[in-house]
Design a protein around this ligand. Structure first.
Ligand code: G3P
Length: 229
């Protein structure tokens, strides 16, 4: 399962883009609002950090058909290749998705809360559907089960639309969507850190260091290899 970063914070994007195998960055109006300031500069800096080969997902704010088309084309013209236009699932959003997909734009249909919505988005030509996992889990609904249903339906239909699972509050939710067949997940920096964290890993690494020190002292393996030349 591919992993993207769900933030517009430049420091976080720099850090995770350097250290973690992320395949892109996703934003939405709420995420952008947390950073504030000049939104075009912000998006442009995100593109500069991740480079042109990684995905950048940016959501339209317009709600009228022609305006969505205009905004989507302008977003991609501004941010270049591998930019995906996020369009919320509405009647007009589906229509705009169909038009833009036919023109070759990558569309991520977002704010999905059901497998039924995912079928419609896929049939309209979306490249991705973005089901919101924790927003369902938080109301005692089945966010993971919903992703599992979408994966099963997409497998059966043979659609090219991929599942970009979104809205995670726990690392376990991320693991669970991977198990049920999500193609990708977009994750906040805090949940990403929880994916790697394990106290036994820390203990193991500390054990390696102390065992080496006890046996060989302060000399490092690299020191020994360099001296050999
Ligand atoms: O990409 C946006 C999606 O991940 C929403 O997340 O945390 O606002 O439910 P959240």
């Amino acid at each position: 399962m591919r992993i993207l970063l769900d933030t517009a914070n430049l420091d976080e994007i720099r850090y995770f883009n350097t250290h973690y195998p992320i395949e892109g960055v996703t934003t939405n109006p709420t995420i952008l609002s947390k950073e504030g300031g000049d939104v075009l500069s912000l998006l442009s800096e995100i593109r500069a950090i991740i480079g042109e080969d990684k995905e950048l997902h940016v959501q339209v704010m317009e709600s009228e058909y022609e305006k969505i088309l205009e905004e989507a084309r302008a977003i991609v013209a501004f941010l270049g290749k591998n930019t995906f236009v996020k369009i919320p699932i509405t009647d007009v959003g589906l229509r705009a998705t169909a038009t833009l997909a036919k023109e070759g734009y990558g569309i991520t249909v977002t704010a999905l809360l059901s497998a039924a919505q995912a079928i419609l988005a896929s049939n309209a030509g979306a490249s991705y559907v973005a089901p919101y996992v924790s927003r369902l889990e938080n109301i005692c609904d089945d966010g993971i089960g919903s992703v599992a249903n979408i994966a099963e339906i997409f497998d059966a239909s043979g659609t090219d639309t991929q599942i970009l699972a979104a809205s995670f509050k726990t690392a376990k939710e991320v693991l669970d969507v991977a198990v049920v067949g999500a193609h990708a997940a977009t994750i906040s920096p805090s949940v990403m850190k929880r994916l790697i964290a394990h106290t036994s890993t820390d203990t193991s690494i500390a054990g390696f260091a102390s065992d080496w020190l006890r046996a060989f002292g302060n000399v490092t393996l690299l020191d020994l290899l360099k001296k050999r030349k």
